[in-house]
Write a protein that binds this ligand. Structure first.
Ligand code: PEP
Ligand code: MN
Length: 334
């Protein structure tokens, strides 16, 4: 819309779109208002249908499969604010903690330590999407209770994964940020429910998904009016087998170019080994990641899940010091 248009003119476009059976989303930018007109057959409607309406500056077809996640819809960076912590701003937000919540003692030790080292968010899985049905599946509701307890005791935000579309409300009670895991990136029922929850969400990249597929999955969340979406690159499948997954470092500038959404990086699942995590984490910050998701365990040798890639509390503290220097060199802080 033209800069400074009135409500009636925006409404005129919205009503016209709806009368043609389209859905509408507004971007109320500081500079100007953008109306996204969405539907499976927008291609059959000439742009003049809208270009002639009062207050319309121009009509652009978004030729990419993803619309709401695109810079065409929203040119300015999205800032996700959760409990006073901003993701997508100058601070590189570190989310750290165990892969899975295993016990009260384990979680509290991890929470205290990661908070003291400067993490803004505690991670910990209560529901674990395991490759084998015989592997530890997580403490489930008990795990959520422990996360809520840690959040209360240490005044730290909590991110945890939701696996089942029916558990979104349950998980949202104990978590500040919901995580959609790599295996569920295209679980559209889950995305829709998480979108409806209006909770901040970390959307991990599927390990065999293109960036376009990932951003199009983000549209499922955005389509429900949930714009608190944080993307997470966690490594993809390649022919290389000396590491667990290959971190796609170039996904960082690519996503920044094509999307307005903040992007964090999970070096732990990519590297798969604790000795490789620091280098990958530092590279991600240097390349422009808005945050990191790092697995930390008070006793990795005893971990029920992902012990090999988990940092000890002291290794994490040391890494945070190194990350501060990297962040500073790219004009940011931890
Ligand atoms: C996790 O964060 O513990 C996890 C299961 O990650 P991913 O979905 O990236 O495999
Ligand atoms: Mn894990």
């Amino acid at each position: 819309m033209t800069r400074g248009v009135g409500v009636e003119q925006v409404d005129g476009v919205v009503q016209r779109a709806k009368s043609l059976g389209f859905q509408v989303q507004l971007n109320l930018g500081t500079d100007k208002i953008v109306v996204a007109i969405l539907g499976s057959n927008t291609g059959q409607t000439p742009t003049e249908t809208f270009a002639v309406l009062p207050g319309v500056e121009s009509v652009t077809r978004i030729m990419k499969p993803y619309k709401l996640a695109s810079r065409e819809f929203k040119a300015e960076d999205t800032l996700v604010t959760v409990g006073g912590v901003e993701i997508g701003g100058k601070r590189v937000v570190v989310m750290a903690g165990p892969c899975a919540v295993e016990s009260e003692a384990q979680l509290m030790k991890a929470a205290k330590a990661v908070k003291e080292s400067g993490a803004g968010v505690l991670r910990g899985g209560a529901f674990k999407p395991r490759t084998s049905p015989f592997s530890f599946q997580g403490l489930e509701e008990k795990g959520l209770e422990l996360l809520a307890k840690a959040r209360e005791r240490f005044g730290i935000l909590v991110v945890t994964e939701v696996v089942d579309p029916h558990d979104v409300d349950l998980v949202a009670k104990s978590a500040d940020i919901l995580q959609v895991g790599a295996r569920n990136m295209q679980n559209f029922a889950l995305l829709t429910n998480v979108g409806k929850s209006q909770r901040p969400v970390v959307l991990k990249r599927g390990f065999s998904s293109t960036i376009t597929e990932w951003l199009t999955a983000a549209d499922y969340l955005l389509a429900e009016g949930n714009n608190q979406v944080i993307l997470c690159e966690r490594g993809i499948r390649t022919f290389e087998d000396s590491i667990r997954f290959s971190l796609d470092i170039s996904a960082i500038p690519v996503v920044k170019k094509f999307s307005h959404l903040p992007l964090i990086v999970d070096p732990s699942h990519a590297a798969g080994h604790y000795s490789l995590v620091p280098a990958v984490a530092k590279a991600a910050v240097a390349a422009g990641a808005d945050g990191l998701l790092i697995e930390v365990h008070p006793n990795p040798k005893e971990a029920l899940v992902d012990g090999l890639q988990s940092l000890t509390l002291s290794d994490f503290a040391r890494l945070m010091e190194e990350l501060r220097l990297v962040a500073k060199s790219v004009g940011r802080y931890i």
